[in-house]
Design a protein around this ligand. Structure first.
Ligand code: IVH
Length: 654
């Protein structure tokens, strides 16, 4: 029957997208299918089932959560804070098992909150937070909104899955940016935001938060449902749960340590926060014989990585002006090392954030690198002896122009469009590598051309002459020629880059691309009204309003006209790459390639019609591996996916 077929198809795409991270269709095509199902269901409401993909969000906000007992206690793990403590743990296990052979399973310790989900008759029945370990809070309607948690599985006997609810670093940053726009306080780190989001009384709010669930325990009647933990993880993956592919069976503690070091090195590049590695004895029989202490299992341990926090003093707070005129307070810190990186500055975002922290110059604070490589001040631990309270400047610190804080916003802005700080940052953005890639037009040169009055707006870049440039400090005829060549070359770059370069608030690389694909020219975008703009994938009211406001401004209209006169590429043809040599193939990149950067390899593959995905699955056609390739390479071998080096990739591109 049509409706059930459609649901099965949607479930398959949800699994591909949210669990395996390798979608087969575009978001727009997925939405089309979902709308079709919604239409069928509203015509036949009697056919709606609770496990339908349309039923992830339902029900009204609640007053509070009901507490329910866990099927067996949800305890936590003992920690090993260094190698010595891990070796102690390993020695105890070996002693207790009296020389019997055994193996460990190593998994990443994701930094979120644990949750138990119970299934019966193939349906998700109940989801509980950990709570105090004995009882948890019933968060079922919220858990249903987590797209990587299946509502329906092919196992009809009752079982329970336990795992970690997290928010990815990207979703965390987007959420915080949105909160800032709305004048709400930012979350300190991804874990707090995941916890806050799962415990929303209104499931609609949870749904918007893009949470993720990684499964790590499979229980039947409150006890492990497979004879080995590694088998349980494979079984969960086969049932459609998201199980982290960064996991490994280790024959001994040395292999465990190798896993720990490998992922410590990758910590900054993972898409989510981890705070360590969990090691578990693989055999459930051996786990049972090892047993538990009063608080912890003797068969598992959490190896903790160094905290990404440190204490230091805020020596000064000053204010920077960005390209949209936003005034951002920045803390200058006494330099301190946070997990291998020296930190001396940290953004404080806005004046409300400073008030929330209760921060003044001279205070001692905790800084954390979390969810982002950029450090954050997360709390004040001691007041300085001579504290200097911060107030936002009454005028722009760069041009002394008017500053305003629009109603409902938390950000003060300099409203002088000719403010040199705004201008310099706009020109830097425009000339940067990812945008118009004008070689040589870096920070220092931008400062000079703006300070000398040679550039009063982006379009002036195209009026610069080699003589003007050669006359500047630390420049000569040769470097001037190089910059001129970069400027000339930028005229040939495709329209999406130009759109990104305009600096329209909320329009970055991706939105620029979809706008160009949809409208085909800058002239058409400039004429489009808000409803027309909202026809574009990912463009909502906030973005369409911002685009409209930009093009309604006469300065910006003049800017676009001048860019047109300068001969930039302002039209665009959506490129059909379905005939390219790599069409239909999906690649995963891992490790460092000898000559190509990640971005370059990705661009080459995409230009040849191929797709690049972040994780290895059965759908992966090739894994391209370089030096120090990690778990993705292991996974490729496990799934028998062909592995290419850079030379083999180049051969395929030809
Ligand atoms: S095993 C008794 N595995 O870390 C076994 N925990 O202190 C307990 N966590 O509360 C959990 N990733 O929230 C396990 N792969 C993983 C984990 C993991 C994250 C969290 C979990 C737990 C805490 C352990």
């Amino acid at each position: 029957m049509e409706i059930e077929q459609l649901r099965a198809e949607l479930r398959r795409h949800e699994h591909l997208y949210y669990v395996l991270d390798s979608p087969e269709i575009s978001d727009a095509d997925y939405d089309k299918l979902l709308r079709e199902l919604q239409k069928l269901e509203s015509a036949h409401p009697e056919l709606i089932t609770p496990d339908s993909p349309t039923q992830r969000v339902g029900g009204a906000p609640r007053e509070g959560f009901i507490k329910l007992p866990h099927s067996s206690p949800m305890l936590s793990l003992d920690n090993a804070l260094n190698e010595g403590e891990l070796l102690d743990f390993d020695r105890r296990v070996r002693e207790l098992l009296a020389g019997e052979p055994f193996q460990y399973v190593a998994e990443l310790k994701l930094d979120g909150l644990s949750m138990a989900a119970r299934y019966a008759d193939g349906q998700l029945q109940l989801a509980l937070t950990r709570g105090d370990g004995a009882t948890g809070e019933d968060v079922t309607p919220n858990a249903r909104t987590i797209r990587s948690l299946p509502l329906r599985v092919s196992e009809s006997t009752p079982f329970e899955v336990r795992g970690e609810v997290i928010i990815s670093n990207l979703a965390f940053q987007r959420l915080n940016d949105e909160r800032e726009q709305e004048g709400l306080p930012r979350y300190a780190n991804p874990r707090n935001s995941a916890a806050g989001s799962l415990r929303m009384l209104d499931p609609q709010v949870t749904a918007a938060r893009k949470l993720d669930f990684y499964a790590y325990f499979y229980l039947v009647n409150g006890v492990p449902g497979q004879p080995h933990h590694s088998l349980a993880l494979n079984h969960l993956a086969a049932l459609g749960f998201k199980v982290n592919s960064a996991r490994r069976v280790c024959a001994n503690v040395d292999e465990l340590l190798a896993f720990i070091r490998e992922f410590e090195a990758q910590r900054d590049t993972l898409p989510y926060e981890i705070d360590g590695v969990v090691a578990k004895v693989d055999s459930i029989d051996q786990q049972n014989r090892l047993g538990w202490t009063a608080k912890f299992p003797r068969w598992a341990i959490a190896f903790k990585y160094a905290a990404r926090q440190a204490e230091t003093v805020v020596e000064k707070i000053d204010v920077q002006v960005g390209r949209t005129g936003a005034l951002t307070p920045v803390a200058h810190l006494r330099p301190v090392e946070v997990s291998g990186v020296t930190v001396s500055r940290s953004t404080l975002h806005n004046e409300d954030e400073i008030a929330r922290l209760g921060l003044a110059e001279g205070d001692t604070v905790v800084v954390e690198r979390s969810g982002d490589v950029i450090p954050k001040v997360i709390r004040v631990v001691a007041h300085g002896t001579d504290r200097r309270l911060f107030t936002m400047p009454a005028a722009c610190p760069v041009c002394q122009g008017h500053v305003v804080r629009p109603e409902g916003e938390v950000i003060w802005r300099c409203i002088n469009v000719n403010c040199p700080a705004r201008l310099k940052n706009s020109v830097r953005h425009f000339a940067s590598r990812a945008v118009m890639d004008i070689t040589g037009l870096g920070r220092e040169l931008v400062d000079q051309v703006v300070d000398k009055g040679l550039v009063r707006g982006i379009a002036d870049i195209y009026q610069l002459t080699a003589d003007q440039l050669a006359a500047l400090e630390r420049m000569g005829a040769k470097s001037a020629e190089r910059v001129m060549a970069g400027i000339e070359k930028s005229k040939t770059l495709p329209l999406p880059r130009v759109i990104n370069g305009l600096g329209i608030p909320f329009v970055g690389e991706r939105t620029a691309q979809v706008l160009a694909d949809h409208f085909g020219s800058l002239a058409a975008i400039r004429l489009a009204d808000e409803p027309a703009l909202q026809q574009v994938e990912d463009v909502g009211p906030k973005v369409s309003q911002s685009i409209r406001a930009f093009f309604d401004d006469e300065h910006n209209q003049a800017l676009v006209d001048r860019l047109n006169d300068a001969g930039l590429t302002l039209t665009h043809q959506k490129v059909d790459r379905s005939g390219g040599p790599l069409a239909g193939l999906t690649f995963v990149l891992t490790g460092t390639l000898p000559t190509l950067s990640r971005d370059e390899a990705k661009a080459l593959i995409e230009a040849a019609g191929g797709k690049v995905s972040g994780s290895v699955s059965k759908k992966t056609s090739y894994v391209v591996a370089g030096e120090e390739a990690g778990s993705k390479l292991d996974k490729a071998r496990e799934l028998n996916i062909p592995i290419l080096d850079e030379a083999a990739l180049q051969a395929k591109l030809e």
